[in-house]
Design a protein around this ligand. Structure first.
Ligand SMILES: [Zn+2]
Length: 252
C-alpha cells in the first residue's frame, strides 16, 4: 500500500454510510481517482466541511493496488469555489466541466486537462461578462484538451476557407465545416446547417486569441446545440450529459 500526495480537484461527492463520503477526484499525478473519506460526515470531522465539488486542494491517500477505491488520509484546502453554488448558471457550467472530466478522463496523469479544468472553474467563479460565452468557451477548451477540436476556418474536405457569406454545414463525424462545393460528397446524416454569422460565432468561441470579441453570445441556442451534439458524437456515444440538460434549462 503506497501513500500518494497530489494536487486534486473534487468532481463529485456521494454520501456513504452514516458518517463517510466517497469523492471522485481529478488528480494531477494519477488522473481520475475515487477515495473514501472516513468520518467526513461527522460534525467534528478532521476534514471539516471542505469536501465539496469544485474544491481544489492537496489530497493524500493510500493507494491499494488493484483496488478502485482508495482511502483518503488528508485534504489540504487550496481553493473552495463555493460561491459557484450561489448562482445557478455558474453552478450549471461548473457541473458541465466536471461531468465531462468525470466521464471522459482516464486514471492516468494528464497535465493539460488538469490545468484546463482549473482554469475553467476559476473563470466561472470570476467572470464579469457574458456567462454563456464563458461556459461555451471553457467547455470547448476542455473538449480540445481531450483531443477533439473541430475545424471551422477551412472546409474539412477540400481544406479551402469557405467564403465568409456562404451558408455551410457542420459535419459532426469529421468534426468540421463543409463548404457547399464539397457538400454533395459528404453523404451522411450528421450535418448541421450553419449560417455565416453562426460559423463566425463558432470560430470566435473556439479562438483563444487575446483581444477577441467578448460580448454576448448572439446565437446561444445554436452554439449550445453544436457543442452538445459534437460532444455526444465524439465522446458520449449518445449517452447525453445530465449537466447539459440542466444548463439548457437555466439558460432557456
Ligand atoms: Zn470544401
Amino acid at each position: 500500500m503506497a501513500l500518494l500526495t497530489t494536487e486534486a480537484t473534487i468532481l463529485k461527492t456521494y454520501e456513504y454510510s452514516e458518517t463517510s463520503k466517497i469523492l471522485r477526484l481529478f488528480t494531477r499525478d494519477a488522473g481520475l481517482c475515487s477515495v473514501i473519506a472516513k468520518g467526513a460526515r461527522r460534525p467534528k470531522s478532521r476534514f471539516g466541511g471542505l469536501l465539496e465539488p469544485f474544491t481544489d486542494g492537496v489530497a493524500t491517500f493510500y493507494v491499494k493496488e488493484g483496488r478502485e477505491l482508495h482511502t483518503l488520509s488528508g485534504f489540504e484546502l487550496g481553493c473552495e469555489r463555493q460561491t459557484l453554488g450561489g448562482q445557478l448558471v455558474r453552478y450549471a457550467g461548473a457541473g458541465l466541466l466536471t461531468e465531462i472530466v468525470l466521464r471522459f478522463a482516464a486514471s492516468t496523469a494528464d497535465e493539460r486537462l488538469f490545468a484546463q479544468l482549473r482554469r475553467g472553474l476559476d473563470r466561472l467563479v470570476d467572470e464579469q461578462g457574458d456567462l454563456e460565452r464563458a461556459i461555451l468557451e471553457e467547455t470547448w477548451r476542455l473538449t480540445k484538451s481531450l483531443g477533439f477540436a473541430p475545424s471551422v476556418d477551412a472546409c474539412s474536405v477540400c481544406n479551402e476557407p469557405p467564403p465568409a457569406d456562404q451558408v455551410t454545414h457542420f459535419d459532426l463525424a469529421n468534426g468540421g465545416v463543409v463548404c457547399n462545393r464539397c457538400r454533395p460528397q459528404v453523404n451522411h446524416p450528421n450535418l448541421l446547417r450553419l449560417a455565416p454569422e453562426e460559423r463566425a460565432e463558432l470560430a470566435e468561441l473556439l479562438s483563444e486569441a487575446v483581444g477577441r470579441h467578448l460580448g454576448r453570445v448572439e446565437g446561444g441556442q445554436t452554439q449550445r446545440r453544436l457543442l452538445r451534439e459534437f460532444i455526444a458524437y465524439h465522446l458520449a456515444e449518445q449517452r447525453p450529459l445530465n449537466s447539459f440538460r440542466f444548463l439548457e434549462g437555466r439558460l432557456g
